[in-house]
Write a new protein. Structure first.
Length: 277
């Protein structure tokens, strides 16, 4: 097993925040996860469970990039804003918006006609719903804490160049893992739905127990390097007893909660050895 030396997380020059709010997003875990990715020099990067893409948006962009998620509405949003003209058309609509319960309900009931309509609905509900959940979205915007509509355009504009020339899919994770390499070294970051979580609430495509096992089997066979984040539980430790497992903890993304952010026990799993200097 190859060994790499890890250092503290260093913010890359092209790092930005994700334009989306997302359940299970890893923004608060960057300093814990990124050292395991930054220590591996690579020219191809893949994320089979992209979601909000906190890791991709924070890391240095490499020559070849593949992002994937079964939540097709989310991937359609990214496909739309990777084009500058299309991104500006969306921003023009958003600049006129307000964030309140009444408007949230109107957008929930809105039936899109065009692709722009569809992307607009997805993004508005993401920014104003609890934890960014667009599957049966519940009102979750809070004045003074949530970013107002006038700021949303800036999030999109910053994301557009990062998404340029990125390959985007809505496929089963196994198809992404099996794609032939274009770069010399392929690095994959995987952030699947956690084993002990209510996936039916947050996602339209629930991740079942057999999917967790299928993922472990696929990663055991892959010839590419990977970094995987998971909840710390006996089932996952058993599935990945063949790999390197590192204990970690970071804050959960409890958006708009009145309570302090919860600290969760997590695992970082790799098929290479990461050693601190």
């Amino acid at each position: 097993m190859t060994k790499y030396l890890i250092n503290d997380y260093v913010k890359s020059g092209d790092a930005i925040k994700s334009p989306l709010r997302y359940p299970g997003g890893k923004f608060y875990a960057l300093k814990h996860i990124m050292p395991y990715i930054q220590c591996v020099e690579h020219d191809e990067f893949r994320e089979p469970f992209f979601g909000g893409g906190a890791i991709f948006f924070a890391k240095q962009k490499v020559k070849y990039n593949i992002i994937n998620d079964l939540e097709s509405d989310i991937m359609d949003f990214y496909r739309w804003i990777k084009d500058e003209d299309q991104a500006e058309a969306l921003i023009k609509l958003l600049d006129k918006e307000v964030a309140n319960r009444e408007r949230h309900q109107e957008i929930k009931d809105f039936e899109p006609i065009t692709e722009l309509d569809k992307v607009f609905k997805t993004y508005y509900l993401n920014r104003t719903s609890y934890c960014g959940i667009i599957n049966s979205p519940a009102w979750g915007y809070k004045d003074g804490k949530s970013s107002p509509p006038q700021n949303w355009g800036n999030f999109i504009r910053k994301a557009t160049p990062k998404l340029h020339d990125v390959d985007m899919y809505s496929l089963d994770f196994a198809e992404i893992l099996e794609m032939p390499a274009r770069g010399k070294t392929v690095m994959m970051y995987l952030d699947p739905p956690y084993y002990h979580t209510d996936t039916k609430r947050a996602y339209t495509k629930p991740f079942k127990e057999e999917d967790h096992k299928r993922l472990s089997d696929a990663l055991k066979k892959t010839k590419y390097l990977f970094c995987l984040s998971y909840d710390d539980c006996p089932e996952i430790r058993e599935f990945y007893k063949w790999a390197k497992i590192y204990d970690a903890s970071w804050q959960y993304n409890t958006v708009n909660s009145q309570r302090k952010r919860m600290i969760g026990k997590e695992l970082i799993i790799t098929n290479y050895e990461a050693e601190s200097k």
